[in-house]
Design a protein around this ligand. Structure first.
Ligand code: SF4
Ligand code: FES
Length: 250
């Protein structure tokens, strides 16, 4: 693919549930511009070549997390992946791996949403204080503790790259771990115990083999592999405290 050829072939893995139920690849020749991202190519196909092509996107700026797909074998945000950077005459776009396909590039994310809910990704308080007493204040250095993990946009690229999740759908997964840790490290939160108990059970963080593929594909530098190792450390820490100092609040 070069500026001179002015066209690029986008090969899309398609699945049409109303058809014979078999996925197939379809090639589309798309006019090439050096500033085009993969999503621009997909939008061109839908607008000019094949209105039946189905995919998700919303913000077009790497924020909503909805446009993830497998591009030339790697999970990527299609709105942030420049065609010219792929340096191949043909670009292959498939749905994210490890998720059931609903249609073409649209995958079923119910499993991820259930796992995410199980770790309660919100601030938990044992007791609330009256509104008139104002906000729960936090120092910048306290925010720094969880800031990196709060950058997660739920794009699920890490889940699609994870070899453990690929072989065991019970595994909680890297994104779930990163988001759980974000709240555990928040000084305003008091839900540590219930989250860690969810995260260290069957399919929990101890199933992570630290392959690190999740961190490599993460577009927001969240480092979910580090989050999972930190959660292992936090659970051991709590266990040791429970043994040495029973009755101590963690
Ligand atoms: S950890 Fe990174 S790759 Fe995983 S869902 Fe969050 S932003 Fe996406
Ligand atoms: S369209 Fe929102 S992240 Fe790509």
């Amino acid at each position: 693919m070069t500026q001179e050829t002015e066209r690029v072939t986008i090969r899309v893995k398609r699945y049409i549930p109303e058809g014979d139920g078999q996925p197939f690849f379809q090639d589309y020749s798309v006019p090439f511009r050096s500033d085009m991202v993969v999503l621009d190519g997909l939008i061109y196909i839908k607008d000019h070549l094949d209105g039946s092509l189905t995919y998700r996107w919303s913000c077009r700026m790497g924020v909503c997390g909805s446009c993830g797909a497998t591009v030339n074998g790697t999970p990527r945000l299609t709105c942030e992946t420049l065609l010219k950077d792929l340096k191949t005459p043909m670009v292959t776009v498939e749905p994210l791996y490890n998720f059931p396909v609903i249609k073409d590039l649209v995958v079923d994310i119910d499993d991820f949403m259930k796992k995410l809910q199980s770790v309660k990704p919100w601030i938990i308080r044992e007791t609330e204080k009256p509104l008139k007493e104002g906000e729960f204040l936090q120092k910048p250095e306290e925010m720094d503790l969880y800031k990196q993990f709060s950058a997660c946009i739920n794009c699920m690229l890490c889940m699609a790259a994870c070899p453990v999740y690929a072989s065991d759908r019970e595994f909680i997964g890297p994104a779930t771990g990163a988001l759980a840790l974000r709240y555990i490290l928040d000084t305003r939160d008091e839900g540590r115990e219930s989250r860690l108990s969810e995260l260290t059970g069957k399919g929990g963080v101890w199933d992570c083999t630290f392959a690190g593929d999740c961190t490599v594909v993460c577009p927001k530098n969240v480092d979910p592999a580090r989050a999972l190792q930190r959660l292992k450390f936090e659970s051991i820490n709590d266990l040791v405290k429970t043994i040495l100092m029973p009755g101590l609040k963690k």
